[in-house]
Design a protein around this ligand. Sequence first.
Ligand code: ATP
Length: 329
Amino acid sequence: MVAIQTYNLTKQFGTLTAVNSLNLAIHKGTIFGLLGPNGAGKSTLLSMLCTILNPTSGTATVNGYDILTESEKVRQSIGIVFQSISIDDRLTGRENLKFHAMLYNVPEDKIAGRIDEVLALLELSDRADDLVRTYSGGMIRRLEMARGLLHHPHILFLDEPTIGLDPQTREHIWSYIQELTRKKKGDLTVLLTTHYMDEADLLCDEVAIIDKGQIIVRDTPGNLKQDLQGEKISFNMKSPEILASLLSDNPRICKVSTESGLLEVQVIHNGNIVQEIFDIAREAGIEIDHISIHESSMHDVFLHYTGKEIRKEEDDNFTSQYRKSRRRR
Ligand SMILES: Nc1ncnc2c1ncn2[C@@H]1O[C@H](COP(=O)(O)OP(=O)(O)OP(=O)(O)O)[C@@H](O)[C@H]1O
């Protein structure tokens, strides 16, 4: 069953195409991650799916409702937690939730029960009646998630759910998200954007790497890493330059580099290239002392498909944006 389906979904801002004729199906009950560099089009895609932004062309269905013709039904069936903090810190956690429940027309007689339910789910019950300004960043994020779940949505949209949070809090939030989808037994789909490779790797069932408004690749983190497995191989030997020159024209090798006592090759398809290199070395009378096959990470996957590193400055930039948005309130 499909929770979200896009049909040539496109968004242009003037001459800039932020989302480019995108076709994507997201299965029900999964945690799906959109990964991409700054400006890739992730937030624009999310905003269109949440009916905050109209597409220039194409359309999508969310929970079976068309974003253009059934936007009200889409909104009632989704929960949204976006980057900018929209919780009022002059109110308590419970008051914020009550306000949201009224906005979303949760029936009066159900409001108190629903609030208790989501507070318990995100382990905020004991701080529910404290002012939000006394909460930590992680607690505010959890309260926002609780708010997003209050009206029992079938899809939760999370834009950078753990941005600017410390590693321990981020791991807690991941556990909450995983626990939520498990408890809802297939009735909750989570679509999130992230810059964090570990978040994509450890939290998401599936990941799509998006760049320049298009999906470059989509698979489970495990498969994405597996496909690159053995892409980089290091050989220790006495004079690596000789073997490097013998391999330089090999069509299965895209890059050869040497350092003292070390030869590194980047291969296009691993196959039996290791054996081939051993054979070439033996014929040339070169002895290989040690070989190590580099284990792929999501960083390698990202670099492979986008040609870009997620730079530390980008992470820092996001962290400072988050802090600024907290200070502004
Ligand atoms: N309202 C807007 N007006 C003009 N251009 C916009 C607008 N919103 C987004 N863009 C542009 O569209 C492109 C995609 O932006 P978007 O925010 O969707 O990217 P993103 O992948 O979410 O980036 P980030 O990771 O930095 O949040 C960018 O070039 C951005 O500058």
